[in-house]
Design a protein around this ligand. Structure first.
Ligand SMILES: NC(=O)C1=CN([C@@H]2O[C@H](COP(=O)(O)OP(=O)(O)OC[C@H]3O[C@@H](n4cnc5c(N)ncnc54)[C@H](OP(=O)(O)O)[C@@H]3O)[C@@H](O)[C@H]2O)[C@@H](O)CC1
Ligand SMILES: Nc1ncnc2c1ncn2[C@@H]1O[C@H](COP(=O)(O)OP(=O)(O)O)[C@@H](O)[C@H]1O
Ligand SMILES: [Mg+2]
Length: 286
């Protein structure tokens, strides 16, 4: 099969005048654990600024007051947690119930790595029909059960940074960085998923098409910027964009927000929540 190099940016979702919040999709974010409530909040901000109609953050119940206080626009859903504060196995059924009526789900930022989290994440990967994005700790769970990667239960986007991708393919960061495009394309084709290999010049591929991103800067090398991308991409999925197009537009907009933020704030002065704030200007620049 010949590889198609994509250079044009996917068209954003239409915003018809006759619309309401239901028109623009319901996003479910599953994220957070003690010490990493910020990851859930940042993903939620990315989803809201990505144009989603409603954003639900499902997080271990002890974190709910913290996460909910960060942004009043969130809807929050408490999930059962264990003694370690991470998701309990019973959270699986709660997440499955929460998926009813949602249009897309992003899972992983700050979720932790307990055996219960492992069970929840890998089951959802195999069985959930909803379009889903897997990031951060959810990717680390998949790395421990590589045999299921080629059996996704529905449309899937995976968004590893080079460290997470090295774990996914049982390699090392040096090898990943020396062969970014080739390894990303092979992985996407083999598993029939969209792979977003993050970092400078992020690669987006479904194994047949490949896009190398041109936006973004080193100011984005700061904790939490990937969490914002998780929310943004899931919001585009919830607005009915296909997986490759959603990932490509999200990566482009995310980097553009970083560039616009850095123009005003400098690269060292940029923090992850600024990216969410500058997404508005990034949309206007399209
Ligand atoms: N506010 C919050 O709650 C936040 C919570 N967060 C949550 O923290 C959890 C841990 O996630 P994590 O990514 O920090 O750790 P991990 O998976 O061990 O990866 C580190 C390894 O990867 C490498 N590496 C990374 N990028 C690279 C690149 N571009 N190019 C090359 N190498 C690169 C890196 O390299 P090194 O630094 O060693 O050079 C290192 O080896 C996760 O749940 C996340 O969601 C964060 O989102 C922050 C905000
Ligand atoms: N030097 C850089 N140039 C462009 N983009 C970058 C750079 N460093 C990081 N990024 C972007 O910032 C985000 C970092 O995501 P990630 O590593 O998951 O961080 P976190 O887990 O802290 O949120 C990715 O979208 C990545 O492409
Ligand atoms: Mg990350």
């Amino acid at each position: 099969m010949t590889l198609q190099r994509v250079t044009t940016i996917a068209k954003p979702p239409r915003r018809p005048a006759e619309s309401h919040k239901g028109t623009f999709g319901r996003v479910l974010i599953v994220a957070g654990s003690p010490g990493m409530s910020g990851a859930a909040a940042l993903a939620g901000l990315g989803a809201l600024r990505g144009g989603a109609g409603l954003v639900y953050i499902a997080t271990p119940k002890s974190l709910l007051p913290i996460v909910g206080a960060i942004e009043p626009s969130y809807l929050t859903l408490p999930l059962s947690d264990g003694d370690d504060g991470q998701l309990a196995t019973s959270a699986l059924a709660e997440i499955e119930a929460a998926m009813e009526g949602k249009n897309a789900c992003g899972i992983g930022p700050g979720l932790g790595a307990s055996p219960s989290v492992q069970k929840v994440v890998t089951t959802l990967y195999r069985t959930a029909k909803l379009p889903m994005l897997f990031d951060a700790d959810a990717l680390n769970c998949l790395s421990k059960e590589r045999e299921i990667l080629s059996s996704p239960g529905g449309p899937r986007i995976l968004t590893p940074h080079p460290g997470e991708f090295a774990r996914l393919i049982d390699s090392d960061i040096k090898t990943v960085q020396a062969n970014r495009e080739k390894l990303a394309i092979e992985f996407a084709a083999e598993n029939k998923v969209v792979l977003v290999l993050k970092g400078h010049a992020t690669v987006v591929t479904d194994g047949e098409r490949v896009y190398t991103n041109t936006t973004g800067n080193s100011g984005m090398a700061t904790g939490g910027t990937g969490d914002v991308l998780t929310g943004l991409t899931t919001a585009l999925l919830a607005q009915q964009m296909p997986t490759f197009e959603a990932a490509q537009l999200a990566v482009f907009l995310h980097g553009r927000a970083g560039d616009l933020a850095a123009e005003e704030l400098s690269e060292p002065g940029l923090i992850a929540s600024d990216l969410a704030r500058f997404l508005g200007k990034a949309w206007l620049s399209l």
